[in-house]
Design a protein around this ligand. Structure first.
Ligand code: FAD
Length: 314
């Protein structure tokens, strides 16, 4: 029987919804148990949140000062140790998971399985390849522990509230490396919703034309309470910072509403919005490929259409 260890992702003492998405993927394996591992300095609030997620059997916590910041070099040896007795270790395929999971896999002597989008069997999974142009079925070696990252955009967050899983403190006999230490975290301060988990996203592309012009995107996003994203061309041109990039080499997102403004719809961009609900495109070129995937398309100048839309919203 399978036993799955899900690694909790958290920030500022709060559990990230990516964890509940990884729990959904774990539930699809139909395992005997799904345990969530919380590695933090203060574990209580995070563990309490994790214990409420449907399907979670136990929450295991390791409270150590060294776990105050998610340093992969520090977390991976603890994950590898805690993985003892588990058939699978699932980690969300977010920046956090992509950092920590390969290290844990290497320490366990296995190859990591990346971006699981569906579970076909206990050791058979589907994942995207070629920038999402093809889906490959992968079979993991049943005699080895499966260390997998879970493509969060492909999985709904498991419901929360009805469960009350036991929380157990774990003592892991593991020497942590001292070669990597936390110096400082630099992150863009923003009151806007987080791009990766927002239900509405407004993205601008090269068509927006300049850093200054991008204000029109920020203004419209604020009007509808959306997060802001961008194409790689807009990022490369310096209109916005790279953490706003959506696509193959940026963020993979699944908002309910995605608005692509002045974005042509290159395959590398579309792979980041494959799981979006409603897609709206505004582009002056009626032949732009974005219209092939858009549910609603407005052909015209974004500098004319956006103010009109904004006015119509009142
Ligand atoms: C390995 C690799 C990885 C990549 N990863 C990513 C990725 O993660 N994300 C990503 O986005 N791209 C990625 N790319 C780049 C991708 O191929 C495209 O070059 C990029 O997405 C184009 O961005 P864009 O649509 O903003 O620009 P363009 O393709 O130049 O499109 C601009 C659009 O704006 C429209 N426009 C111009 N002016 C106006 C106006 N006034 N009003 C309305 N519309 C207007 C034009 O008609 C045009 O369709 C990657 C490429 C490679 C090779």
């Amino acid at each position: 029987m399978s036993k799955i260890l899900v690694i909790a992702e958290h920030l500022d003492g709060k559990l990230n919804s990516s964890t509940a998405r990884a729990v959904s993927a774990a539930a699809a394996v139909k395992p005997e148990a799904i345990d969530v591992l919380v590695l933090a300095d203060n574990v209580d609030a995070i563990a309490a949140d994790a214990a409420k997620i449907d399907g979670v059997s136990r929450v295991l916590t390791v409270a150590r000062a060294e776990n105050a910041h998610p340093l992969a070099a520090v977390l991976a040896p603890q994950i590898a140790k805690a993985a003892d007795g588990y058939s699978h270790v699932f980690v969300p395929s977010t920046t956090f998971g992509k950092d920590v999971a390969p290290r844990a896999a290497a320490l366990l002597g296995v190859a990591q399985l990346s971006d699981v989008m569906s579970v076909e069997g206990t050791h058979t999974f589907k994942r995207p390849i070629y920038a999402g142009n093809a889906i490959v079925t992968v079979e993991a070696e049943p005699s080895h522990v499966v260390v997998a990252t879970i493509r969060t955009a492909s999985w709904p967050a498991a419901a929360s509230g009805a469960n009350n899983a036991p929380i157990e403190a774990l003592t892991l006999d593991v020497t942590l490396p001292s070669h990597t230490r936390f110096v400082e975290l630099k992150q863009g301060a923003s009151d806007r919703p987080d791009l990766q988990s927002a239900s509405k996203v407004v993205s601008g592309g090269r068509g927006v034309g300049s850093k200054e012009n991008f204000d029109i995107i920020f203004k419209f996003a604020d009007k509808i309470g959306a997060a802001v994203g961008a194409s790689r061309a807009a990022v490369d041109a310096g209109y916005v910072p790279s953490d706003l990039q959506v696509g193959q080499t940026g963020k993979i997102i699944a908002p309910e509403l995605y608005m692509a403004i002045g974005i042509s719809g290159a395959i590398q961009h579309l792979t980041g919005i494959k799981d979006a609900g409603t897609i709206v495109a505004i582009n002056k070129d009626g032949e732009a490929p974005i219209f092939e995937v858009a549910d609603f398309g407005l052909v015209g100048d974004l500098f004319k259409i956006l103010p009109e839309l904004e006015a119509a919203l009142g």
